[in-house]
Design a protein around this ligand. Structure first.
Ligand SMILES: *Cc1c(COP(=O)(O)O)cnc(C)c1O
Length: 375
């Protein structure tokens, strides 16, 4: 690169390595010589969106594409307000919850500040902090889960935000009500606590803490939720943050208006209104997939981690990128986990049984091949 340009670039950008998304399915299918591909790499909901959201998507009229969307997701925030019994001004909607991660960091961090999260969790918190020039303190998981004491011990006067992924992607672990309450008392309002509840709709347990309630007693708590996972609208990019009014008012100052498109907004509102049967059907699909996969992993003698959420992680006896390529040649796409600091593990989304059976058959063949010689 031209040296003059490089001099314009801050050190923390020069040091940052960009994320490479996977190529489009048709390109991958050509590359691996297959005519179908099971997408088990992104924790997408294979059932697709609820019926009412489908209807909204089908009814979208092309001329509406010429018109800017509601700049602040007016109707969707009203729908969220009704669902959760909170003022609509307490919701800030983004182009996926990934966008609101950036808005929260911009609102609270300045030069010299730090954020705290885990070393093996959703990497976007760490990435946004680092490419914005802030230190990300990454606390090792303990027993596959976030370590509350070690996170508190890592706090200092420059800690502005603690990110807790509950349940955690990729381990599925979660803090129960007591653990969360003790942690929040330990933070004692000194920093913002983000609870990322991207997978909360998959948890059906009395002991699971609801961030929407916690924020009423702990005003430094903000909650992230998304329509990408349970609601199966990942392609439309809608997620949001909810918190106390004054906290959200600060975050809104840093947030790009008009970032959520005209189709995503009404589809998300419709999905929310039609979610009861959808959530039950999705939980049932996930439970059936686990009932098939976990005993099969046991029989293969493989170590796995299975908690809440629509995914399971399994350790592989060969390099995860080799296993990935071999599975791709059999029409199955999984997530390699070396990038999540789990070298030689893969993460598999939990979907309908026929796809799970195809995965197991392909995985069995691949394991056989790697154990008997060079692949
Ligand atoms: C998928 C996911 C998100 C959601 O991202 P969107 O930008 O809303 O699609 C957020 N947090 C975690 C932990 C996730 O796994």
């Amino acid at each position: 690169m031209c040296p003059a340009i490089a001099e314009l670039v801050p050190d923390y950008i020069r040091a940052f390595e960009a994320y490479t998304p996977s190529r489009p399915d048709p390109v991958l299918m050509r590359q691996y010589g297959v005519d179908h591909l099971h997408r088990l790499n992104n924790n997408e909901n294979a059932l697709g969106p609820p019926a009412d959201a489908r209807a909204v998507i089908e009814a979208f009229e092309p001329p509406r594409s010429a018109i800017y969307p509601s700049g602040d997701c007016y109707a969707l925030r009203l729908a969220l307000s009704e669902r959760f019994g909170k003022d609509p001004e307490r919701f800030l909607v983004g182009n996926g919850s990934c966008e609101v991660i950036a808005s929260v960091i911009k609102a609270f961090c300045e030069k010299g500040d730090n954020i705290i999260t885990a070393d093996k969790t959703f990497a976007v918190y760490e990435w946004v902090a680092e490419f914005s020039g802030f230190e990300a303190r990454l606390i090792p998981l303990s027993n596959w889960g976030f370590d509350p004491e070690a996170m508190l011990a890592a706090m200092d006067a420059r800690t502005k935000i603690l990110f807790v992924c509950n349940p955690n992607n990729p381990t599925g672990t979660w803090w129960d009500k007591g653990t969360m309450e003790r942690f929040l008392r330990g933070v004692a309002g000194r920093a913002i606590v983000v609870i990322d509840e991207a997978y909360c709709e998959y948890v059906d347990d009395e002991a699971f803490p609801n961030g929407m309630e916690l924020m009423e007693r702990h005003p430094n708590v903000v909650v992230f939720r998304t329509f990408s996972k349970m609601y199966a609208l990942a392609g439309l990019r809608v997620g949001y943050v909810c918190g106390q009014r004054d906290v959200v008012d600060y975050i809104r100052r840093t947030h790009i208006v008009y970032s959520v498109n005209s189709l995503g907004q009404p589809a998300a509102a419709a999905a929310l209104a039609d979610d009861a049967g959808h959530i039950l059907a999705t939980r049932r699909m996930v439970a059936e997939a686990k009932e098939l996969l976990l005993p099969a992993f046991d029989a293969l003698g493989l170590k796995y981690v299975s908690g809440a959420g629509n995914f399971v992680m399994v350790e592989t006896p060969a390099s995860d990128s080799l296993i990935y390529r071999q599975l791709m040649r059999r029409g199955v796409m999984v997530r390699t986990m070396t990038g999540f600091r789990f070298p030689n593990w893969i993460r598999v989304s939990l979907v309908q049984l026929p796809a799970m059976r195809d995965f197991l058959a392909a995985f069995g063949e691949v394991l056989q091949a790697v154990s008997t010689g060079p692949a």
